[in-house]
Ligand binder design. Structure first.
Ligand SMILES: Nc1ncnc2c1ncn2[C@@H]1O[C@H](COP(=O)(O)OP(=O)(O)O)[C@@H](O)[C@H]1O
Ligand SMILES: [Mg+2]
Length: 321
């Protein structure tokens, strides 16, 4: 499998203005993130809310500017030149958590799904309608000829997310960035949507960056995983290795949080509480050390992501496993 998307040392810091006279703080939303995805691979980015998952997706699609770092698509560096922006936006599509983030409620399904084709000037009107019908059938929204005349509010939440998937597929993308695509759906229809994404991923050999806080769906859909903590990848590797034999204390904590007997907890977003979270941001060294039960003096230094074995990396000085 050849490498399709590679990001090197991505950085994006936000300055958050302090309210009521408080000092401004720098949020290191993406702090030196590197990973590569092969063609046809499903790579999971997992982490708690606020760990920086969505920021990475936005950086890749160039909807926000990065502070530093490089993005490569099929070996070409994607800088801000027009042809590179077109290259990435033609080949990489995004699915948002909330369908209304990507669909206009005042547009008919036909226009929503054909919009990317129009933006990129693909085919004539007839060709585009043909493609819209084709992709609506692919996502099992049938009868497609009837669905395309409807407005989003006339569909169920699950159907709307299928429209978003159809829109993402319209341009036959090589990569789909799916940002928590099932987390707003009812539990009963989540599995259906995941199965559909998996079926289409396999059929067209699409690479996915599957963004989630939910390790259960991650394991179902993904092949490799990167665990994010405060803007940094702290562990990365083949999904079974990482989830069965986690090497980073934060990954262990994430897994412990879901291995409770209550099956309803499997999909819940949780705040890890090994130790009380600290109020002040840790500026240097391992960001997890204030909450880590294994922390040692050395953790005031920055741990690098180091290979353990077989593509499995961890950024921790302590051998815990
Ligand atoms: N436009 C922005 N301005 C200021 N802070 C932001 C902005 N976007 C994201 N952040 C901050 O960056 C961090 C990462 O956010 P995000 O990437 O949305 O995380 P996730 O998707 O994992 O929940 C959070 O602390 C968030 O508050
Ligand atoms: Mg997010």
């Amino acid at each position: 499998m050849s490498e399709i998307l590679k990001v090197n040392n991505l950085k994006k810091y936000f300055i958050k203005k302090g309210m009521f006279g408080a000092k401004s703080v720098t949020v290191k939303a993406t702090d030196d993130v590197s990973f590569a995805i092969k063609q046809g691979e499903v790579f999971v980015l997992a982490g708690e809310s606020g760990s920086g998952k969505s920021t990475i997706a936005k950086i890749i699609l160039k909807s926000i500017k990065l502070d530093s770092g490089k993005i490569f698509f099929e070996g070409h560096e994607i800088d801000d030149q027009k042809e590179n922006l077109a290259r990435i936006r033609m080949n990489c599509q995004m699915i948002h958590q909330d369908p209304y983030d990507s669909i206009n409620p005042r547009m008919k399904i036909k226009d929503i799904v054909s919009e990317p084709l129009e933006i990129h000037n693909i085919g004539n009107k007839e060709d585009r309608i043909k493609r819209v019908i084709e992709v609506l059938q692919e996502v099992k929204l049938e009868p497609a000829e009837d669905i395309l005349k409807r407005y989003p509010h006339m569909l169920s939440g699950g159907q709307r997310q299928r429209v978003v998937l159809a829109r993402a597929l319209a341009l036959k993308p090589k990569v789909i960035l799916a940002d928590e695509p099932v987390s707003m759906l009812d539990v009963s229809i989540r599995a259906e949507m995941l199965e559909l994404m998996q079926e289409l991923q396999k059929k067209y050999n699409i690479s996915f960056v599957y963004i989630t806080h939910d390790l259960a769906t991650a394991r179902y859909f993904g092949q490799r995983i990167g665990i994010l903590y405060k803007g940094k990848i702290v562990e990365m590797g083949p999904i079974d290795q990482v989830l069965v034999k986690p090497r980073h204390p934060y990954t262990q904590a994430l897994i412990d949080a879901i291995s409770e007997p209550d099956p309803d907890n499997l999909h819940k977003e949780r705040k890890i509480r090994i130790k009380e979270p600290v109020k002040t941001e840790i500026e240097q060294g391992c960001k997890f050390r204030a909450r880590c039960p294994y922390a040692i003096d050395k953790c005031i230094e920055e741990p690098e992501l180091k290979i353990i074995n077989n593509e499995h990396y961890s950024a921790c000085f302590v051998k815990i496993n």
